[in-house]
Design a protein around this ligand. Sequence first.
Ligand SMILES: Cc1ncc(COP(=O)(O)O)c(C=O)c1O
Length: 407
Amino acid sequence: MTRSGRHFLQIPGPTNVPDRVLGAMHRPTIDHRGPQFAELAHEVFQGVQELFQTRGRVAIFPSSGTGACEAALVNTLSPGDRILIMETGWFSHVAWRAVAIRLGLAVEYVPGTWRRGASPEDLDACLSADRAHTFKAVVVVHNETSTGVISPIAQLRAVMTRLRHPALLIVDTISSLASIDYRHDEWGVDVTVTGSQKGLMLPPGLGFNAISERAIEAGTSARLPRSYWDWQEMFKHNEQGFFPYTPATNLLFGLREAVAMLREEGLANVFRRHTRHGEATRAAVRAWDLEIFCEDPRAYSDAVTAVMVPDGANADLVREGILEQFDMSLGAGLGKLAGKVFRIGHLGSFNDLMLAGTLSGVEMGLHLARIPHKDGGVTAALKSLLSSNETRDAGSRPTAAEMTNVR
Ligand SMILES: Cc1ncc(COP(=O)(O)O)c(C=O)c1O
């Protein structure tokens, strides 16, 4: 069937790739061992530091996010090392626990309900009991994409600092970097992992590790086998502006453009934009009288909202109807949430009217799938957008007195 207009890609990543980024990649591939490439590489290495809010090194792999998760583990740990992984949802399981077990690490999976962020109290209990410092790393997903729940990284780090526990802190920001405030250096994170296909507004295909000095030091004695992912090989070549193997050249052109766009908007404004869209989406869900899966308002994600359907209803049918009728993709419930939630992605290259269109599609889809709900979600979202816009503009708009003076 021919579809008119643009597909609405409202899964929580891959996200919509802006025309500027598409345009930047639409060019002949260049020699990745030539001077023009070295210039590009140096520019992107510097640019991505700003996004992680770090002065340290950032390794960029031609990989998916999971590859970058594996890179974080194999560069810092040895076979049989004990690590703590905080259970937050599907991704703490598939991208971390399953990968770590396959690599031969001894995983302590700290249980979580999926509806709240990783708990500093639970981490405190685990690390306090570990007087011999047998845990070598703590792994946390910052924004759990399967649930729309944020974990408090600074607070988790504070627990480790207070207990003087030397474990490395490894954080997955695959669906939060460049969407939700995240500070690699200030929060004392050792390895931050991300991917290209969400807040960075690129197609899938790049994986990133931001790396602390402590993590590099740990790498000198880490014995997990590594070749493709080896940071030292990467650094050696990166110094000259090159890679140990053929890099994803055209994605790097896109990355340079994405960094330029984020710089122009300003990271603080990017975060604020996501906050407004998160709030407006949640206003819609409440007006529909449906339940937001995240049950702790402090942990609401401004990148993705998981919406529960009432008992007996099937969230997949809602999504399927919306795809068929309105050409919009929403995120499915993953793992134990299959059929129970659908997820609205509101991250990356996104604006008020795209959100309004997205929520209109959801509201019509709820009707078509005969999901018991109330009307008025879109109206509530528009009100939320307008009121947050007024608050945002209030500071920069002239006061009434100033206006009079001007006249
Ligand atoms: C939080 C999180 N971690 C890990 C992954 C895995 O990344 P990828 O599918 O790019 O390998 C994803 C993917 O969506 C994710 O959202």
